[in-house]
Design a binder for this molecule. Structure first.
Ligand SMILES: NC(=O)C1=CN([C@@H]2O[C@H](COP(=O)(O)OP(=O)(O)OC[C@H]3O[C@@H](n4cnc5c(N)ncnc54)[C@H](OP(=O)(O)O)[C@@H]3O)[C@@H](O)[C@H]2O)C=CC1
Ligand SMILES: O=C(CO)COP(=O)(O)O
Length: 320
């Protein structure tokens, strides 16, 4: 199996560094100058500074170089994936595409694997997701992830190929559950950040994580996933990491919302668009997803944090 990584952001670079410890990896950056600098400096100073690219990692901006790869990891933000794949669909046709992004497309409500399936129907599709900061992976710290692929044999092959001494992959065939876990935890992380940023306390955060987890399971079931998948690394695992760490951009975005501070609009915050996509689905299908919906209202400036909390706390009392 020969692996290429499409997207030289923080995560794509970290995956290339980890996989490049034991095998050749091609890392594609869309910007030629950036690719050349990375190749020369052996570092991605723009997106993941401070980490050395092993000799096995070849950086390129030429998509034709990826022809020789049979597995391609897609590490561009979820909202950019469709546009990106449309531009490369001929080149990637027939290859195994492993989505490494976490989000739900705003316009369509589709996850990354759904998008890739629609644009590249001849490919085999999988998703790699779970609790993993790019910095931790690049440092070689122990990390466990979920590899989901509908084809169980292919899932086994990919699990074997993409695991190494510090990256431990668990496999599942529940692609829908895995892609929803990664996407939805980002929304709950924004809610938790907002609560902490507004000084609502650690107990409020614990309540948001727990009830948020219940909403994630409910929504996943509505979408045809196995709710148990949401208790695994791709759901609960990533929820815990992202809702409790300042390293998370979604959590930090929430902190800014809660504290009424500005946030750099160039930072990748997948949970914002995902919240809006899910809230629309909830409205259209009368789904009970109060936290996910309130985050959409915060992101769209329809509510402030005080109103958001009041909205959640004034709901009628119910069984847990
Ligand atoms: N960072 C992390 O710790 C983790 C991130 N992820 C997921 O990985 C995905 C990518 O995040 P991350 O790498 O952190 O993001 P970054 O913001 O670090 O990088 C985004 C990358 O996507 C590229 N890109 C953006 N738009 C396009 C486009 N239209 N076509 C091609 N390439 C494009 C950017 O290129 P350019 O540099 O030229 O702008 C950049 O290389 C997200 O879904 C995120 O949730 C998952 C786990 C951990
Ligand atoms: O998905 C992540 C960790 O698993 C990274 O989270 P952020 O995108 O919020 O930084």
């Amino acid at each position: 199996m020969s692996v290429g990584v499409l997207g030289a952001g923080a995560f794509g670079t970290a995956l290339a560094i980890s996989l490049g410890q034991t095998a050749p990896v091609l890392l594609w950056a869309r910007d030629a100058k950036q690719a050349q600098l990375m190749h020369q400096n052996r570092e991605n100073k723009a997106r993941l500074p401070g980490f050395f690219l092993p000799a096995n990692v070849v950086v390129t901006s030429n998509l034709a170089d990826l022809q020789k790869c049979d597995v391609l990891l897609l590490a561009v933000p979820a909202q950019k994936l469709r546009q990106f794949l449309r531009g490369v669909d001929q080149m990637v046709a027939g290859k195994t595409l492993v989505a490494c992004c976490k989000g739900i497309e705003l316009e369509t409500g589709m996850g990354p694997v759904d998008i890739a399936r629609e644009i590249c129907p001849q490919s085999e599709h999988a998703i790699l997701t779970g609790p993993s900061f790019a910095n931790d992976i690049a440092k070689g710290l122990p990390t466990a992830l979920t590899l989901a692929c509908a084809n169980p044999n292919r899932a086994r092959d990919l699990q074997q190929e993409l695991s190494n001494s510090t990256l431990r992959l668990y496999r599942t065939t529940d692609v829908t559950g895995a892609q929803l876990g990664g996407a939805l935890k980002n929304v709950i992380a924004i809610a938790c950040g907002a609560a902490i940023g507004a000084r609502l306390g650690e107990s409020a955060r614990a309540a948001l994580m727990t009830r948020g987890n219940a909403e994630m399971q409910r929504y996943a079931q509505f979408k045809g996933a196995d709710p148990a998948t949401l208790s695994g690394l791709s759901g609960f695992g990533d929820l815990v990491l992202t809702c409790t760490s300042d390293l998370s951009r979604n959590y930090r975005f929430g902190l800014s919302l809660g504290a009424g501070k500005a946030f750099d609009p160039e930072t990748t915050v997948e949970g914002a668009a995902t919240a809006c996509a899910v809230a629309r689905d909830a409205r259209e299908n009368a789904l009970d997803l109060p936290i996910l919906s309130v985050v959409a209202a915060l992101v769209e400036n329809r509510l402030d944090v005080a109103d958001a909390m009041a909205t959640l706390l004034s709901r009628s009392l119910k069984e847990e």
